[in-house]
Design a protein around this ligand. Sequence first.
Ligand code: GLV
Length: 330
Amino acid sequence: MTWSLVVTEPEYRKAEAVFDGAADFTVCSVPPDEMLLAERIRTMAAPAVVLGVETYRGPLYAALPAGGILARFGVGHDGVDKIKATAAGLFVTNTPGVLDDAVAEHALALILAAAKDIAEFASKVRAGEWRPHSTLELRGKTLAVIGCGAIGRRLARAARAGLGMRVVGCEVRTELHAALRRSGDFDDVTAELAQAIGQAEVVSLHVPANADTRHLIDARALDAFRPGAILINTARGMIVDEDALYDSLTTGRLGAAALDVFETEPYTPRTPGKDLRALPNVTLTPHIASNTTAACRRMAERALENIRLILTGHPEEADLVASPAQIGQG
Ligand code: GLV
């Protein structure tokens, strides 16, 4: 039995060997454009599509047959409209757990890069300039981890055990606090954002993108940062108000920011005069935190396995984000 499968081109390229090696699928890669994807799904009569981080608003949901699958290659599912998917009788899956190390490592790399001014030094030395200055030592400093899911916990452990940082976790799901405290990965746990931010030299974001977290880091939150603090974002761009961040970095309130994700990707300044690329205290990477060779292989394998489980009648074993069964359940 082989199933037709449409895969967005960037994701196909990230794990070509896995997709090509899946004998039970006939794979077709398509640019991540909603109309093109919908058209190919229809012509191939594909029951499933593997998707990257882009946002899908319309034609995709009508193109798949009822019982079809929107399979995220990755963990964040903010680009998929779960209400539309559910209404169309579709399943939505993601790949939790397989990219935690990759993203936590990238967050750690950005913390070190920002604390040690790596991006600025590297570009100066390349340009023939030799202008050393002192940088921040992290041992004994406080890291606030905003969102204590698997990635946040991985980062907390690495920063605490590896760098000797004091780590405060900020988690709105208070039912998790006792377990987080017991884990030994955190020195303190709070549900209050301002309380966590106010005591930290470094703040790293690990919350999902949804209506509650849109511009969680806005001008007001930035005012609660300690002077000279560092902001790290490997979660989603929409969590940070980039214009407010620009103001905070240029007035000297915030010391530095290191960002892998942006409100618009590829990065485009929201306001033309507030271009984060122009600031020497900003380190930018192109949404690649989960993009390690090993994590990409695991994401592809997991996305395919989720599709197999659903197509063979075992949806309860898949990583379900939404399913047709939720219709009528509010
Ligand atoms: C990456 O951004 C993901 O959501 O997995």
